[in-house]
Design a protein around this ligand. Sequence first.
Ligand code: ZN
Length: 99
Amino acid sequence: MPCCQNCGHQWSWGTTFKKIWTFKRTLTCPNCQVVQYVSKDARFKISLISTIIPLVLVPLIAFGFAAKSIVFVEFLLLGMFSLYMPNLYELTNEEEHLW
Ligand SMILES: [Zn+2]
């Protein structure tokens, strides 16, 4: 779970999950109210997994699975990833650029 780099407060899974779905570039610490940013490494991991999930479709389509099964597997993977995503978050005090 992410830990505030300003006050050291460890965010709960629920807090992190709610903050993720605000789709803001900044996240405010619920303890000290200081703005935090998602670290470069965390953003890289999240984008990598987000890219891999649609690739699961390729072998399913190649092996002729039914469309319903493919959609079910995709939603299942996206749901599992969404629930796991708070564990991947790491915070920084300053915004880190990807390049
Ligand atoms: Zn804090």
